[in-house]
Write a protein that binds this ligand. Structure first.
Ligand code: 5CA
Length: 438
């Protein structure tokens, strides 16, 4: 994308309404704009981030055999009356009437709809397990929307729902999903620690939330440093073996980890001091096992091997996709701006033309840009070098390719790595190879 022609409205000043760093940086870097309280429009660079996050989430869901669907945002109130949650959900639910005075709602979550969809088509134990997910907008009329996309009213969620034949199979599904989550967050370039959680309005008996560690997080967290050394990308777990899944689950859940809400000081005292880590975290995912709560209340049963009807065991698994954009910034920034992990960045590199209008500089920049226009944000504006450097740091591209008249004469460019500040002078081809690798 050429910066001179793009819709990338950066701000020099910190917007007064933004209290936390990710909100400030998302506004300043031109990623989002608020359109109503707790509701945001995603501008081109922000949308690329949202898509990059969604794609990694999708790949990891597909890897554990979850199947993508797309359920609507609007749901009928009757569906929620069947589970008894229509009245129970309270004022967070946005209730709507259509022209025929039929009651609808903007979905805050999809347990009822997916249970109904499942029940319409699946009639036998032979068709289990099933895991369905979608990446769809949700609405929760939060009392105090704040911190930009971190606590919005409309927000993008990946929500998956599983149906299993019995408890043992449901637990295996839950553990597979836990692994998918750890891999997802690792690929997104952040560390997320799973913590035992309260089940809240979703209900159920087994639940973990995943928190990204960031000093500005909403929850206090206490955890054992053993959880810091785990690598889920290079240590494959055999997800077809329930023993391997159990060993994995124990490894992740045995070391102490709790948010302040669930903190157990006696158990914490037993953690060796050198292993104790205390900090703050942002909840980016939450998984639940709740058995037959919805299948039973909604009357959705299938026939078993013995011919008798039974209620499938369910779980639901959420990831806050739009919240993640903010949470990643909370974890990855410095005083100059965002430092995007490579996997999430809207552009791999900015091309900074230090002398727009100079024939040679323009030519070298155009030559680089033509190699991969989708990967680069070409700063072709006739601005001062300082402005270009500052904007590139603010927007957080993993690399900056700096083209100035002196080095351009020798066919060389300066390559800066945003995360470390390291600079090196390289030939155009060497720089391109580094930037476009992986
Ligand atoms: N049905 C279950 C799982 S599919 C569910 O709704 N879980 S949840 O309530 O925990 O939400 C899942 C994730 O959505 C949360 O972990 C959080 O990351 C994100 N989320 C929840 N509320 C908001 C909000 N107001 N703004 C942004 N993200 C949110």
């Amino acid at each position: 994308m050429r910066l001179s022609r793009s819709f990338l409205p950066t701000l020099k000043e910190n917007p007064a309404e933004a209290q936390i760093v990710s909100h400030r940086l998302m506004l300043r870097a031109g990623l989002i704009r608020q359109t109503a309280s707790g509701i945001y429009a995603w501008l081109p660079a922000g949308l690329k981030v949202l898509r990059n996050i969604s794609q990694i989430v999708r790949e990891e869901q597909d890897r554990v055999d979850a199947q993508e669907v797309l359920m609507p945002t609007l749901q009928s109130a009757d569906l929620w009356r069947r589970s008894g949650r229509y009245d129970a959900y309270g004022p967070e639910m946005l209730r709507i009437q259509d022209r025929h005075k039929r009651e609808l709602l903007y979905g805050p979550t999809n347990e009822e709809m997916v249970t109904d969809l499942f029940g319409q088509s699946v009639k036998s134990y032979k068709d289990l397990p099933q895991v369905l997910y979608h990446i769809q907008w949700k609405f929760r009329d939060e009392m105090r929307p704040r911190f930009g996309v971190m606590r919005g009213r409309e927000f993008l969620m990946k929500d998956a729902y599983s149906f299993d034949v019995d408890y043992a199979s449901a637990v295996a599904t839950y553990r597979r999903m836990m692994l998918a989550y750890l891999r997802t967050f690792q690929r997104l370039g952040v560390r997320a620690v799973p913590m035992r959680a309260d089940t809240g309005p979703i209900g159920g008996e087994l639940s973990h939330e995943f928190l990204i560690l960031a000093p500005t997080g909403e929850s206090g967290v206490f955890y054992d440093a053993a959880l810091e050394d785990q690598d889920w990308l290079d240590e494959p777990v055999d997800t077809s073996s329930s023993e391997a899944l159990e060993a994995f689950f124990n490894r992740v859940t045995t070391p102490y980890a709790a948010t302040d809400e669930m903190h157990d000081t006696a158990a914490w005292d037993a953690v060796p001091d050198a292993q104790k880590r205390e900090g703050r975290g942002v909840e980016v995912g939450h998984i639940f096992y709740f058995g037959t709560k919805y299948t039973e209340s909604m009357g959705v049963s299938v026939s078993g091997a013995d011919g008798a009807q039974f209620f499938p065991e369910m779980g639901s698994y959420g990831i806050g996709v739009s919240r993640l954009a903010g949470a990643i910034i909370e974890a990855c920034h410095d005083e100059n701006g965002i430092i995007w992990p490579d996997s999430v960045a809207p552009f791999r590199a900015a091309i900074l033309n230090l002398k727009s209008g100079d024939a040679l500089c323009d030519e070298v920049c155009e030559q680089i840009y033509a190699k991969a226009p989708e990967a680069f944000l070409y700063d072709d504006r006739s601005e001062r070098a300082g402005v270009k450097f500052a904007d590139a740091d603010l927007m957080g591209h993993p690399w900056q390719i700096v083209v100035g008249p002196r080095s351009a004469k020798e066919g060389r460019v300066e390559l800066k790595r945003r995360a470390t500040g390291e600079r090196q002078e390289l030939s155009v081809d060497e720089a391109l190879a580094l930037v476009l690798a992986g």
